[in-house]
Ligand binder design. Structure first.
Ligand code: FES
Ligand code: FES
Length: 156
C-alpha cells in the first residue's frame, strides 16, 4: 500500500510517521499516537467533538488528512496541562460544572483555547458565537460559556 512520510509536532513533540494518503488526523491521533482526547462522533465535520488546534486554528480532525499537517504544530487536549497542573480552561470547566458526559469537552476546550489565545477577555456574545460550532447534548451551553469567561479572567 502506498504511504506518505509526514513530520509534524504534536503537543511540542516531533513526530514522523508513514501514513496512508487518505488517513485522517483524527485516526492518526487516536490510533497511532494514543491521543484519545479528540472524539469521533459525526465523522463528517458537523459536531466539533474531534476539534484540535493546528497552527493556532481550531480544526475538525475528522476532516483533515494527516499529510496536510506536514510541518504543522498540533495541540490536543492532552497537551494543555503543564507541570502537573490543569490548563485554566480545564479548571474552569470543572469548577463551573461545564462537563457532563464529557464527549464534547475536549473539542469545546480547544475551540475556546484558540479564542482565548487571540483574546483573553471575549464578550459573552463572542464566546457563544465561537462555541456555536461545537455541539453539546448535555449541558445546555450556559455553564460552558461561564467556564470560558472564567478561564479568560484566570489566565490574565
Ligand atoms: S467527529 Fe469531527 S466534526 Fe464530528
Ligand atoms: S457534556 Fe455531554 S455532549 Fe457535552
Amino acid at each position: 500500500m502506498k504511504t506518505t512520510k509526514v513530520t509534524f509536532r504534536v503537543n511540542d513533540e516531533k513526530v514522523t510517521l508513514q501514513v496512508r494518503p487518505y488517513e485522517t488526523l483524527l485516526e492518526t491521533l487516536r490510533e497511532r499516537l494514543d491521543l484519545i482526547g479528540a472524539k469521533e462522533a459525526c465523522g463528517m465535520g458537523s459536531c466539533g467533538a474531534c476539534t484540535v488546534v493546528v497552527n493556532g486554528i481550531p480544526l475538525r480532525s475528522c476532516l483533515v488528512l494527516t499529510p496536510e499537517v506536514d510541518g504543522a504544530s498540533v495541540t490536543t487536549v492532552e497537551g494543555l496541562g503543564k507541570d502537573g497542573k490543569l490548563h485554566p480552561l480545564q479548571e474552569a470547566f470543572m469548577e463551573k460544572g461545564a462537563v457532563q458526559c464529557g464527549f464534547c469537552t475536549s473539542g469545546m476546550i480547544l475551540t475556546a483555547k484558540a479564542l482565548l489565545d487571540r483574546n483573553k477577555r471575549p464578550t459573552k456574545k463572542e464566546i457563544i458565537k465561537t462555541i456555536s460550532s461545537n455541539i453539546c447534548r448535555c449541558t445546555g451551553y450556559k455553564k460552558i460559556v461561564e467556564a470560558v469567561e472564567e478561564a479568560g479572567k484566570k489566565s490574565l
